[in-house]
Design a protein around this ligand. Structure first.
Ligand code: PLP
Length: 432
């Protein structure tokens, strides 16, 4: 399997683009190697510029729940493009996507379309602050909400710490209003609220953590957060940029039956084009300009191509049996991987919610970010390269989820399990 064209492409891209990539995770720095430059995708597979084919579990980091180049999506966006790609004036398609989202997602009565998940979370928090007249935000250690300045805060030890940013270029003052607590720990949220009475505008979290691998909420956790925030007039925001239309049509809030005040969407609702959205109760969304005084805007927001890809994708997901198929395929993959790790005596924690799954190389039970951090990234590196060489593409980081799509066949799953089984014998040898 050659990769000379990817090597040359990366050498060149590094001259003109920082790190050679337009989003840091695409760089293979966490697995020490050269990123593969992709040429095309079709169904469950991607093909790099050296002609190698891979069964793809990255799914462009989540959006491609239908697989690559789904015929209906391609046809609809091609058709739309012929009538103009942007107007800067309203179109009925935007209303159609908004209506579909409102009908699907329990917490959303009104929704504003934006261009990325980052914009969605940033705007939702601005609205929560405008609505409550408070400044502080509580976030969860290990939850990622895009590259918003004050959400790049990291947790320290102890129950709750004032956020220090993980990123350069973020003034300490920006992170000062961000309080961080561990996942699956409602007491930490209670204590933080008590220590900051009437100062907290919102609590934002991924209802299923999807950016430290996959960490499901323990039984009752989301409901406890719902009760605590309601009691203190704090806006509960579910960041469903990954989980929306992924774990269920109505997202994690319908899967776990807990309704937040606001929700953020992205990834799947753009069907592979750049879209984000934030929405919530009518009473809260009334704060957004031009109706209210919380300003938020976008030249290309509600872009016809992106909205068309989103509408088409959501139509496909509304078909009967779709989530059962995703569940069955992902369950088969998870079971195959669990059997393979057991067979080779590999310490592993397997985690899965619907079609999102994760294998941590750790003997620990992973229930929060600290648990995830015990994973052996060296082992993951071996696992990653072993799979890549065998034609299976997973995220180039231990802490990024795998996604099963509707395009994955039973044969794809079998091929993947066989490849993993071979790799585990190598991984075990590599570590004695
Ligand atoms: C990907 C992601 C974001 C950011 O979305 P972008 O479109 O990359 O800006 C926000 N929140 C979560 C949970 C995500 O997974």
């Amino acid at each position: 399997m050659g990769n000379s064209k990817s090597v040359a492409a990366w050498q060149k891209s590094q001259q003109f683009i920082p790190g050679g990539v337009n989003s840091p995770v695409r760089n293979f720095s966490k697995v020490a190697g050269t990123p593969r430059f992709m040429e095309r995708g079709q169904g469950s597979k991607v093909y790099d510029i050296d002609g190698n084919a891979y069964i793809d579990y990255l799914a462009s980091w989540g959006p491609l729940i239908l697989g690559h180049a789904h015929p209906s999506v391609v046809e609809e966006i091609t058709h739309t493009a012929r009538s103009g790609t942007s107007f800067g004036a309203p179109t009925t398609r935007e209303t159609e996507l908004a209506e579909t989202i409102v009908n699907a997602v329990p917490s959303i009565e009104q929704v504003r379309l934006v261009n990325s998940g980052t914009e969605a979370t940033m705007s939702a928090i601005r609205v929560a602050r405008g609505y409550t007249g408070r400044n502080k935000i509580v976030k969860i250690d290990g939850c990622y909400h895009g590259h918003v300045d004050y959400l790049l805060a990291k947790a320290g030890s102890g129950v709750a710490t004032f956020g220090l940013s993980d990123s350069g270029g973020v003034p300490e003052d920006f992170a000062r209003n961000t309080l961080t607590v561990p996942f699956n720990n409602a007491d930490a949220v209670r204590e933080t609220i008590e220590a900051n009475p009437d100062e907290i505008a919102g609590l934002i979290l991924e209802p299923v953590m999807g950016n430290m691998g996959i960490i499901p909420p323990r039984d009752g956790y989301l409901q406890e957060l719902r009760d605590i925030t309601a009691a203190h007039g704090i806006v509960l925001i579910f960041d469903e940029v990954i989980t929306g239309f992924r774990v269920a049509y109505g997202g994690a809030q319908s899967y776990y039956n807990v309704t937040p005040d606001m929700s953020c969407l992205g990834k799947i609702i753009g069907g592979g084009l750049p879209v984000g959205a934030y929405g919530g109760k009518r009473e809260i969304m009334r704060c957004v300009a031009p109706e209210g005084d919380v300003y938020q805007a976008g030249t290309l927001s509600g872009n016809p191509l992106a909205v068309t890809a989103g509408i088409t994708t959501l139509k496909c997901l509304a078909e009967p049996g779709v989530y059962e198929q995703l569940e069955n395929r992902a369950a088969a993959l998870a079971a195959g991987l669990a059997e393979a790790t057991q067979k080779h005596g590999i310490n592993a924690w397997h985690s899965r919610v619907g079609s999102m799954l994760m294998l941590y190389f750790t003997p620990e039970t992973v229930t929060d970010a600290d648990g995830a951090r015990t994973a052996d990234t060296e082992r993951y590196r071996h696992y990653f390269w072993g799979l890549l060489e065998r034609g299976v593409y997973i995220a180039p980081s231990q802490f990024e989820a795998g996604f099963v799509s509707l395009a994955h066949s039973e044969e794809d799953i079998d091929t993947t399990v066989n490849a993993a089984t071979q790799v585990f014998s190598v991984v075990r040898k590599a570590f004695g």
